[in-house]
Each structure stands twice: as structure tokens, then as C-alpha cells.
Design a protein. Structure first.
Length: 401
């Protein structure tokens, strides 16, 4: 791996120099959010009003660019458990106050090659295995070297080596929720265009160095494939599909010797306004012991298995998620653009022993006015044999420059 990185960087530095114009691009975004959580078993509700600010600048000249961006999160109303200050009478809202360097990277881009070095975002496919966790105020970034190549038309390779992951817990993180998790992360993704969609093979090797984070039990190696495509059935009808399979085993210092499978089948129909979909996702169980089921420690987990967040860590017996969604999207209603309504239903069961965990309903409405996007979300998890009844409500404003 080190030899490969040296060769890539040598190729970059050997690129011909030419007189170029320096371009400076400001980066700025802000988010104001109210999150309310009611959870059975806790005597008080959580009420969190937070504001996230990110600001920075990108300088570009020719194929080269450098970027630096800082972020801060302030709790205007802090009546919630932020995950860092011990037991609480209120539910967890994983947005501790924070101020930190969010991104700092150097990038070179040519026709068929891009190399990025430094603290950066890495988002692969639909973020099921590697993502930015952007819904949380502090997000997730990687200290890494990343190479994106397209050696043949229709074929793309994306390979990253990371030595650290900056977590959502911010600079005050500690113990099992540290500010960063060092280690060796190899993230490989090779995709090719086919007549029925993009076929992607992937390999994700996670070797964590922090013993406080589950005693290395999140170190794993995952290999799999994904097919994603769409086809226009009529002028106002597009059918989209996803199929995915992966197998995961313990890796390096992980004391658990296990093997677990992942499956996904998902179909959506867009009728140029009305939208419906159905899917089935399985994060398989291993032996039934803790952390021997299929885990996704680098994923944007909010996007999957319900917004109530009951399955951020896969239970020992795995989880099967049967879901269906329906919605409607308008290009504009008066001055408000991209107006969308969506409802999602989930039925959760264990993979091992097939027990009913619970059900969840998620609702969202959003629209954009100028540079500001407003959204309202609601999640209602009704427990049967896993976790407890939980209701979550969000009001959110996002602004970008």
C-alpha cells in the first residue's frame, strides 16, 4: 500500500506545470435545528436546539486545489444527553458542542485521475458502508489518501487508505466515543457500467486501534457487490432498482471470530410526482453473541433502518428490515422549489430466531426557498421485543452559500 501511494504521488508531482489563474472559492453553510425525543423508560424528554456553522475557503490553480474548512456546533438549548457527560434522565441526541477543523486537504485532478490527501469527506455509493454522517451536526471525515481513477470508459476505481476517522463526538469525545479513531482503513470500490445498471465490487477493511471502542470488536473485513440502475418505462415513469450482497468477518485484533452476511433488494417507481418503493434489507447474525452480527461503523446509519436510530449498532441476532415508502414531489409550489412529502414504514425482525423487534413510521416534508431548505421530520418506533417506544421530531433550516 505504501509503495502504491508513493507511485501515485510521484505521478502527481510529475505533472507539467503551466501558468494558471488562482481562483478562491468561499465555503459557508449553516444549520439551525430543533430535535425533540420522547423515549419510554426515561423520565424526561430531550429538547435540543443546535446551530451548526461551517466556513472555509478553497484555492484552485489548474488541476491543483487546496481546501480548509472549520466547523462549530453550539447548543442553544441543551436539555438532552449529548453522549459525553454520563448517565442522563433524558434521551440521547448525538450532537455535543464542538469546534474543530472539519476538512483540510490537497487535491490534484486530471482527466482520468484525482488524488486527495488530508482530512476529507469520503462518500461511497449510497453511504451504507462509508459515508459523511451529515445528519449529525459534527459529521464524519477521514484523515486519508484517496485515488479516484477511470482507466477505461465506463470503469471507475476508488481506493482510499485512511489512518484516522474523525467522529461525530467532537473534540471533547472520550472513552467509547472518542474524537477520532486511529487505525488502518482500506476502502476499495471498483464499478463498471452495464446495460442493467452500475455494477460495483467493494472491499472495506477496518482495523481500529482504539481498545476503548468495543475492544477492537468493530474491526472487520467486508467484501461484496452492488447493482444499481434505472429504466424509463414511459414518458412520466422511471423504475429504479438496487441489489446488494456482502460478507463480513472479524479482522486483525478483533477477538470475535464470526461471519455474517448482508442482503439488499430495493425497487422504486417515480411517476413524475408520485413516488412509491419497497425494499428488504438484512444485516445478518453470526453466532448470536454481541458484535458478531454484520456491523457498519463507517456508514451514514441515519439513512437506513428508520430515523429513530434503534439499530445504529446491529443487535447480536441481526436485523431484517422490510420497508415501503410513498411520496410526492413538486418541482415548485409558488416561490418554493423542490417540495417533497414522504412516508416510510418499517417492520423489523431479528435475523437469527426471527423475532419481531418492532415497527416504525417515518414522515418528512421539505422545500427550498432561495438558498435555504426547510424540513420537518417525525419518527415513531413502536417496540415489541427490542428497545423501547420512541418518538422523535425535528424542525430544521439549512443554508448554503
Amino acid at each position: 500500500m505504501r509503495a502504491l501511494l508513493i507511485l501515485m504521488l510521484a505521478g502527481v508531482t510529475a505533472a507539467p506545470a503551466a501558468a494558471q489563474t488562482l481562483t478562491l472559492t468561499p465555503l459557508a453553510e449553516a444549520r439551525l435545528r430543533y430535535e425533540q425525543v420522547s423515549q419510554t423508560g426515561l423520565p424526561e424528554d430531550a429538547d435540543a436546539v443546535t446551530i451548526r456553522l461551517r466556513a472555509g475557503v478553497q484555492a484552485a490553480m489548474g488541476g491543483w486545489s487546496a481546501l480548509a474548512e472549520a466547523q462549530g456546533n453550539l447548543a442553544i438549548v441543551g436539555d438532552y444527553d449529548d453522549g459525553l457527560h454520563g448517565p442522563s434522565r433524558r434521551p440521547l441526541v448525538g450532537d455535543p458542542q464542538n469546534i474543530a477543523l472539519y476538512r483540510a486537504q490537497l487535491r490534484y485532478k486530471a482527466d482520468n485521475l484525482a488524488v486527495t490527501v488530508g482530512r476529507q469527506l469520503i462518500v461511497l455509493d449510497d453511504e451504507r458502508f462509508v459515508g459523511a454522517v451529515n445528519f449529525r451536526e459534527n459529521g464524519e471525515t477521514f484523515d486519508a489518501v484517496r485515488a479516484q481513477m477511470s482507466p477505461i470508459r465506463g470503469v471507475k476505481a476508488d481506493v482510499s487508505y485512511a489512518w484516522g476517522v474523525r467522529t461525530v463526538w467532537g473534540i471533547d469525545g472520550k472513552g467509547a466515543r472518542p474524537p477520532s479513531i486511529g487505525g488502518n482503513y482500506l476502502l476499495g470500490n471498483l464499478s463498471a457500467a452495464t446495460p442493467i445498471g452500475t455494477l460495483t465490487g467493494f472491499a472495506y477493511l477496518v482495523d481500529e486501534d482504539e481498545a476503548a471502542v468495543q475492544g477492537y470488536r468493530l474491526s472487520s473485513q467486508t467484501y461484496g457487490a452492488r447493482l444499481a440502475g434505472n429504466r424509463r418505462l414511459a414518458k412520466a415513469a422511471i423504475l429504479a432498482w438496487q441489489l446488494s450482497y456482502a460478507r463480513q468477518t472479524g479482522y486483525d485484533r478483533n477477538p470475535n471470530h464470526y461471519a455474517a452476511d448482508y442482503w439488499l433488494a430495493d425497487v422504486k417507481l417515480d411517476l413524475s410526482g408520485p413516488q412509491v418503493g419497497v425494499g428488504y434489507e438484512v444485516l445478518g447474525a453470526g453466532s448470536g453473541a454481541a458484535l458478531t452480527s454484520f456491523q457498519t461503523p463507517l456508514a451514514t446509519t441515519f439513512k437506513f433502518q428508520g430515523w429513530a436510530g434503534k439499530f445504529l449498532t446491529t443487535p447480536p441476532d441481526g436485523v431484517r428490515d422490510l420497508y415501503a415508502d410513498a411520496g410526492y414531489c413538486w418541482a415548485a409550489i409558488g416561490p418554493v422549489k423542490t417540495v417533497a412529502l414522504q412516508a416510510i414504514w418499517h417492520r423489523f425482525e431479528s435475523d437469527r430466531l426471527v423475532r419481531h423487534y418492532g415497527d416504525e413510521i417515518d414522515l418528512v416534508a421539505s422545500g427550498k426557498l432561495g438558498k435555504t431548505t426547510a424540513s420537518i421530520r417525525y419518527a415513531n418506533y413502536t417496540a415489541d421485543r427490542f428497545a423501547t417506544d420512541t418518538h422523535k421530531f425535528w424542525l430544521q433550516l439549512d443554508w448554503t452559500i
